[in-house]
Design a protein around this ligand. Structure first.
Ligand SMILES: C[S@@+](CC[C@H](N)C(=O)[O-])C[C@H]1O[C@@H](n2cnc3c(N)ncnc32)[C@H](O)[C@@H]1O
Length: 195
């Protein structure tokens, strides 16, 4: 995310930069972007996440508009943002909502604006991610609740980001995790640009 913002957004910026995060959660990314003076907006379907995010921004003296808003129609005018990011959020949407949201991202981006998409990738046999829990155990069943993740395959990405988009950077990143067990995870890091 940091690398994307610097290499694709700030490098070409000629004025103020408007930034939208889809599914911002409790806002780890929204504590980075206001610090480098981006004009920040986040949306999330979880009221709790929005509350926590706003409380943390206030605690840290940072400014961002964080809205309780599910994916689908986005409540912003056309061409509002220089960049939009999604870190592991859109993949939870059902296919129809995903399609609508991708069209909306295209609408709210300025011409030439960038969309950074970071989502899990298929092609690894492992359990994806094990989450450490407070009691020292791990929860490898977390993702079993979401058997139908969208956007995990190269073909799903190519289908969704055809007309209207170019992709200046596509990375598939594999990591081997040794704790708590040996596991391999894979993610897409996709930079798309509105044409
Ligand atoms: C794995 S968290 C990622 C949070 C944040 N992007 C980050 O990098 O830490 C996924 C987030 O997506 C949100 N989310 C899932 N489905 C959503 C939907 N249909 N509309 C809006 N937000 C959604 C969840 O509430 C959650 O905060």
């Amino acid at each position: 995310m940091v690398s994307f913002v610097h290499r694709f957004v700030l490098k070409n910026a000629t004025g103020p930069v408007s930034f939208l995060e889809l599914g911002c959660g409790s806002g780890p990314n929204l504590r980075f972007t206001p610090r480098i003076s981006l004009d920040c907006t986040g949306i999330d379907a979880s009221e709790v996440a929005v509350e926590v995010c706003n409380a943390r921004l206030e605690r840290d003296g940072l400014r961002a508009d964080v809205l309780h808003c599910p994916f689908g129609r986005l409540p912003f005018p056309d061409q509002s943002f220089n960049c939009v990011v999604d870190r592991a959020s859109l993949m939870f949407a059902d296919p129809a909502t995903l399609d609508e949201t991708v069209a909306e991202v295209h609408r709210v981006l300025k011409p030439g604006g960038h969309f950074f998409l970071n989502t899990i990738a298929d092609g690894v046999a492992a359990t994806l991610v094990a989450t450490d829990t407070d009691d020292g155990s791990s929860d490898t069943d977390l993702y079993a609740k979401y058997p139908d993740f969208c956007l995990t395959s190269a073909s799903a990405l190519a289908t969704r980001f055809g007309a209207g988009w170019v992709s200046p950077e596509v990375k598939r990143v594999e990591r081997t995790v040794y704790v708590p067990t040996l596991d391999v995870t894979a993610e897409w890091e996709l930079v798309l640009q509105k044409v």
